[in-house]
Design a protein around this ligand. Structure first.
Ligand code: CAA
Length: 256
């Protein structure tokens, strides 16, 4: 198993190894993220038991996560890791390197799992993008989201721009990113950025309720349905109808 402690992560398997709860575990730094944490997430995704079908991502301490560890942009970098962009990295190498960082976020779309972000406190920058990488989001009333990258002279590059635009539409996505403003939980709910807002202190119970409901559906059907729904926005009606038929054939003939 990946060196989770070094990556600032905790893994807990529950519901007879069908549910993996991953905790961002650097509470003293508000779970600030680093390339090592993203690598840890990628490694973890490759090592989860086949039995896992629901993944919950949450944060230890007062916040889900304060986003990228800002020390990553200093010449020294995050202690033990070095800078996020090593000196002398050329443009093409940097494109590759960011692609590696993005792997820590992309796997959450895998139809093998239904993924849930359980957000409390802050979800800033990389943390907002991590939550957007999940299929579903539950937030506490005190949760605050912010796409802060443009305010730091950067663009959001950790796979969050597509789900953001898919969910809220282009004009609202532009407004949220280009003002880098804080989005309170109630507004996040109105914008459909979160599926549910619960009282502070009610997060674990709400997640457990959702997990239990998700586990009621047969694993193969859940996987095939996620695969189908995920491709719907990019498909024409004809393509999607064909995808439905193919997926259903797979379901109907599976027992033969
Ligand atoms: N990086 C490194 N350290 C961080 C951090 C971060 N992103 N966020 C918080 N910390 C540290 C603080 O420095 C502080 O450390 P000390 O105790 O040693 O002073 C500790 O965590 C607690 O932080 P606060 O005292 O600030 O806690 P708070 O509850 O009052 O505030 C917060 C929380 C609003 C998240 C505030 O810490 C904050 O604004 N943090 C910075 C957020 C940020 O700008 N993140 C980067 C977003 S951009 C991105 O993620 C992607 C990208 O590509 C750039």
């Amino acid at each position: 198993m990946a060196d989770l402690e070094k990556a600032g992560l905790l893994l807990d398997l529950g519901h007879e190894d069908t549910v993996a709860t991953i905790t961002l575990n650097r509470p003293e730094r508000r779970n600030a993220q680093s390339p090592a944490m993203w690598k840890g997430l990628t490694d973890l995704s490759e090592e989860l038991p086949e039995s896992v079908r629901v993944v919950v991502l949450k944060g230890a301490g007062p916040s889900f996560s304060a986003g990228l560890d800002l020390r990553a942009f200093t010449p020294e970098g995050v202690p033990g890791e070095g800078p996020a962009v090593p000196p002398g990295t050329g443009p093409e190498e940097l494109v590759e390197l960011i692609g590696e960082y993005q792997r820590g976020f992309r796997w959450l779309r895998d139809p093998r799992f239904t993924t849930i972000a359980a957000v409390h406190g802050h979800a800033i920058g990389a943390a907002f993008q991590l939550a957007l990488s999940c299929d579903l989001r539950i937030a506490t009333e005190d949760a605050r989201f912010c796409m802060k990258e443009p305010a730091l002279g950067l663009v959001p590059d950790l796979t969050g721009t597509k789900p953001l635009v898919d969910i809220v539409g282009l004009p609202r996505a532009l407004e949220l990113c280009l003002t880098a403003r804080v989005i309170p939980a109630a507004e996040a709910y109105e914008l459909r950025l979160v599926e549910k807002v619960v009282a502070t202190g009610g997060l674990d119970a709400a997640v457990e309720e959702l997990v239990t409901a998700l586990l009621q559906v047969e694993a193969g059907a859940a996987r095939a349905t996620k695969e189908l729904l995920r491709q719907a926005p990019g498909n024409t009606l004809d393509e999607q109808c064909l995808a439905e038929r193919r997926a259903q054939v797979g379901r109907l003939l599976r027992a033969r």
